[in-house]
Design a protein around this ligand. Structure first.
Ligand code: UN1
Length: 503
């Protein structure tokens, strides 16, 4: 499918002609410019915020199960547009088509989840200490939600936020990554079709997109008309966003960096472990926040596991790196030159601190000098050095030995990020012990660190930001909680804590 055809299918128009001041969007597949996308000015962003605010005021009055119906239709539209949208994801961010499709499927899944949830926005009834009083908790729509998303999941992470916010009665203003605005434009068009089919009660402005750099992001972040900012990206970005939102007493939901580890016990099924490590470390060219970056292998099996990993890496390096749209490719390009340079500098640092690096070099695909493909790198290293403790957003896997489980868990927890973790073991005692003491938001047993389902709450501790998105009770982020006490007696109501106040 040609890019023009994809644009047409997804209703993206007017992006082929060069405009001054527009974002130049290039595909990491070959480095060529594919579109020019107009940036928002402060004034146009202001208009969009106003539109979102207005949309919220009518949308909050639509009953939640009806709001769910809109998301049901959106899910249907996504099913119809799955292939072109998956292709656009691949073209704009470089992940392999299979993973592009997976990302759109993740959107469809969260729609289904949200539809059911739209009839289950339950509050509590609470026992009152006073006679003839009832107490309850009401969950009410919150307002306009600001969503800031990253290039590596250009559609799914927005969808987690968007569809939950919509069933909760909120409107959303979205600032996608500057690298992937086309995906955002496509999502808005798909949503518009759903809104049209739903009818008049879906107001304009439920789904706004602002395109631009940090200045536009800052405008949203600082705006007290936006009660919640949900931001996905680096710890550095979170460090800017979090305090700014806090300073205006807004809420933030942060999903930031990860430096995820897998522990391979001497009681592990080794082949199972190797398979999962590969997907976690090499999949998405190491550009997921859940990517596996560190592996701790029990000393008794360290050499064996390392050799098996090396063999698998060798196969991938030989035949599986290439155009992410082609069948059989497992490793596509890095997003840009900067990502490649960061990867190289981390590998250099690892070498200087006792690591032995296998693979990790640049690969030229076609004659594309402006595309940055890299062999996934495998690093044999004894200790967790400073660079190992940093998140490099590239396919680098540091493999280190351990002796006791306590030691391995200590290493797992030693980094500043706390997103995902996993253990491979057939010993239930080890598995449960690990789950109890891993300090991460995700702790898996016999599956890898990446590729979470939408049904669970997604996010992590420490510098990962503490937010929880997607499944479980994450919807509560998008509503405000109200406690309500009602007196239904006819006499003078009692005061709480037994206080007497007789006049
Ligand atoms: C991200 O990289 O920001 O668990 C999100 C996973 C995906 C989501 C990743 N479901 O790997």
């Amino acid at each position: 499918m040609k890019i023009e055809k994809i644009f047409k299918k997804l209703g993206i128009t007017g992006v082929k002609t060069k405009k001054s001041g527009a974002l130049e969007i290039s595909s990491p597949i070959d480095g060529n410019i594919i579109a020019y996308v107009k940036k928002d000015s402060k004034a146009s962003a202001e208009n969009k915020i106003k539109k979102s605010e207005k949309a919220f005021l009518s949308w909050r009055d639509v009953p939640a199960p009806r709001r769910g119906e809109l998301i049901r239709i959106f899910g249907e539209e996504l099913r119809k547009n799955k292939e072109p949208l998956a292709r656009l994801v691949t073209i704009e961010c470089g992940k392999i088509l299979e993973e592009g499709r997976g990302e759109v499927q993740e959107m469809i899944d969260i729609c289904d989840f949200a539809v059911g949830l739209s009839r289950q926005l339950y509050g509590l009834t609470i026992a009152s200490e006073r006679p003839e009083h009832t107490m309850q908790e009401n969950w009410l729509p919150l307002g306009t939600v600001g969503v800031i998303s990253a290039f590596n999941f250009p559609v799914a992470v927005w969808a987690w936020n968007f569809v939950l916010a919509v069933i909760c009665g909120d409107s959303v203003i979205w600032k996608p990554s500057e690298k992937t605005p086309l995906c955002a434009l496509a999502c808005v068009n798909i949503f518009k079709k759903a809104a049209k089919a739903f009818g008049k009660s879906a107001p304009d402005g439920l789904c706004e997109v602002v395109v631009g750099g940090p200045d536009i992001g800052e405008k949203i972040v600082n705006d007290s008309r936006i009660p919640l900012i949900s931001a996905t990206g680096s710890c550095h970005m979170g460090n800017i966003v979090g305090p700014k939102v806090a300073s205006r007493f807004g809420r933030s939901l942060l999903e930031l960096g990860g430096n995820n580890a897998i522990i391979v016990s001497n009681k592990a099924d080794i082949d199972l472990a190797v398979q999962s490590i590969l997907f976690g470390a090499v999949g998405t060219a190491g550009q997921r926040c859940t990517s596996t970056r560190r592996v701790f292998v029990h000393n008794d099996i360290y050499e064996e596991v390392f050799e098996k990993l090396k063999e698998s890496y060798q196969k991938i390096v030989k035949t599986k790196i290439g155009n992410p749209l082609s069948d059989g490719t497992l490793v596509g390009p890095l997003i840009d030159k900067r990502a490649f340079d960061d990867m190289q500098s981390s590998l250099k640092d690892a070498t200087e601190h006792g690591g032995v690096v296998f693979f990790g070099q640049r690969v030229i695909i076609g004659r594309n000098e402006n595309a940055y493909y890299a062999q996934p790198a495998l690093v044999k290293i004894k200790k967790q050095t400073k660079i190992v403790c940093q998140e490099t957003f590239a396919p680098i896997l540091y493999v280190m030995p351990y002796h006791t489980l306590d030691e391995a868990i200590k290493y797992n927890n030693e980094v500043m990020q706390g997103l995902s973790s996993a253990i491979f073991t057939t010993d239930v005692r080890e598995a449960e012990y690990f789950k109890k003491y891993s300090d991460c938001g995700i702790a898996n047993v016999n599956i890898g660190t990446s590729g979470a389902e939408i049904g669970g709450a997604f996010g992590g501790e420490k510098e990962t930001g503490g937010g929880r998105e997607s499944g479980s009770d994450s919807w509560k982020n998008y509503m405000r909680r109200q406690t309500s006490t009602t007196y239904f007696g006819a006499e003078k109501p009692a005061l709480a804590q037994g206080i007497k106040f007789d006049t």
